[in-house]
Design a protein around this ligand. Structure first.
Ligand SMILES: C[S@@+](CC[C@H](N)C(=O)[O-])C[C@H]1O[C@@H](n2cnc3c(N)ncnc32)[C@H](O)[C@@H]1O
Length: 342
């Protein structure tokens, strides 16, 4: 049978890509072989995709998989709400450990605790939150309503990294998973890294768990997120690599010392480019994120970096769309090597 062999760190994203492309063989199970994972496929994936994820086509006997019912069908079956409203039950949710966040059509408002009960029982949740007003403010805080349960502190495991946080107070975007996994694969042996918008460790943790940086200064301004960052550093046993810093990244001391700066923020990221330029050493790399109207891509984010060079030079290493952020707006990342004026 046809399959693809890939390193464990790349397996989740590659499996998702294969599924989106209709190439995943869902009737057979994945084989786990220590460092590598074998994914059953229906046809040979394109060479570009294999190269991107350092994967190889293999011939292998995959075990059959029991056909599982789609959870939304079960949720619709057991929800004790009028039949006519069942098609409104969302077939997507954000499952973060044993807590989930769901978006509900206002027509389900009267039944929200019954709806939450159905999701909790099918998905095995201790608490269910309703997304009330998305994510907002400088701390990127979610606005939610607790529909079921009492405790919204959860441990979400992604790519072998543990993220503990309160899902009612701290955001966690599954849409950024690919970028978190990409960061786990950024080779940075011996480097000094500054994560300017560390949150609970979205990028610092995968980098520290899978690579060997000398030090990651993980800066976070929100005391609640910082507290979870400190906890997550211990939970993932990376205390020797990650130094959490509570405060505004504009107050980080020093200059010309960082081999790499991560700017995982949206909306106003460009306002912080002077800080990144101060921290970076000559030849250091910035991972610059921003949200940008699609018609201005890729020029605007690159131009914003160029505008902060003050006679220096930037080598653009990579540009990537991470996800759609809003209609016509994308969350993107640019990797650039920054050279000081000679
Ligand atoms: C929530 S994260 C962004 C999400 C992340 N990129 C991901 O993968 O999901 C951004 C963090 O930057 C923090 N932040 C905002 N302004 C800051 C500043 N000036 N200095 C340090 N941290 C800041 C926010 O509190 C927030 O926790």
């Amino acid at each position: 049978m046809l399959g693809v062999r890939v390193r464990r760190t790349n397996a989740k994203v590659l499996r998702k890509k294969l599924a989106c492309a209709g190439m995943l063989d869902k009737s057979h199970a994945i084989i786990d072989e220590h460092e590598d994972v074998m994914i059953p496929v229906l046809s040979k994936p394109p060479p570009d995709l294999l190269r991107e994820y350092v994967a190889k086509v293999v011939d292998c006997d995959f075990p059959g998989r029991k056909t599982m019912r789609d959870p939304i069908d079960e949720i619709r079956d057991i929800a004790t709400i009028p039949e006519g409203l069942k098609p409104l039950l969302p077939d997507k949710w954000e499952k973060l450990g044993d807590v989930a966040i769901i978006k509900l059509d206002p027509r389900l408002d009267r039944y929200e605790s019954k709806v939450a009960g159905a999701y909790a029982s099918v998905l095995g949740l201790k608490s269910v939150l309703k997304d009330v007003a998305g994510i907002s403010g400088q701390f990127r805080t979610p606005t939610t309503k607790l529909l079921l349960g009492t405790d919204t502190v959860t441990t979400h495991v992604e790519n072998g990294v543990k993220y503990r946080f309160d899902a009612g107070k701290i955001m966690f975007s599954s849409g950024n998973m690919e970028e978190r996994i990409r960061m786990a694969n950024v080779v940075c042996d011996g480097e000094v890294v500054v994560d300017m918008f560390a949150g609970i460790g979205y990028f610092s943790l995968p980098l520290a768990v899978y690579q060997k940086p000398r030090k990651i200064v993980a800066c976070e301004i929100n005391p609640v997120a910082h507290r979870y960052l400190v906890e997550n550093v211990k939970l993932n046993h990376v205390e020797r690599r990650v130094e959490p810093f509570l405060g505004d990244n504009r107050d980080l001391p020093g200059k010309d010392f960082a081999d790499r700066v991560i700017m995982g923020y949206v909306k106003t990221t460009h306002e912080f480019l002077p800080v990144a330029m101060r921290l970076l050493r000559d030849g250091g790399i910035v991972h610059y994120h921003e949200t940008c109207p699609n018609e201005l891509l890729p020029v605007r984010p690159i131009q914003r970096i160029v505008d902060h060079l003050h006679g220096g030079r930037a080598e653009i290493l990579m540009f990537k769309v991470i996800k759609s952020y809003a209609p016509g707006v994308s969350h993107v990342v640019v990797d650039a090597r920054i050279f000081r004026p000679s």
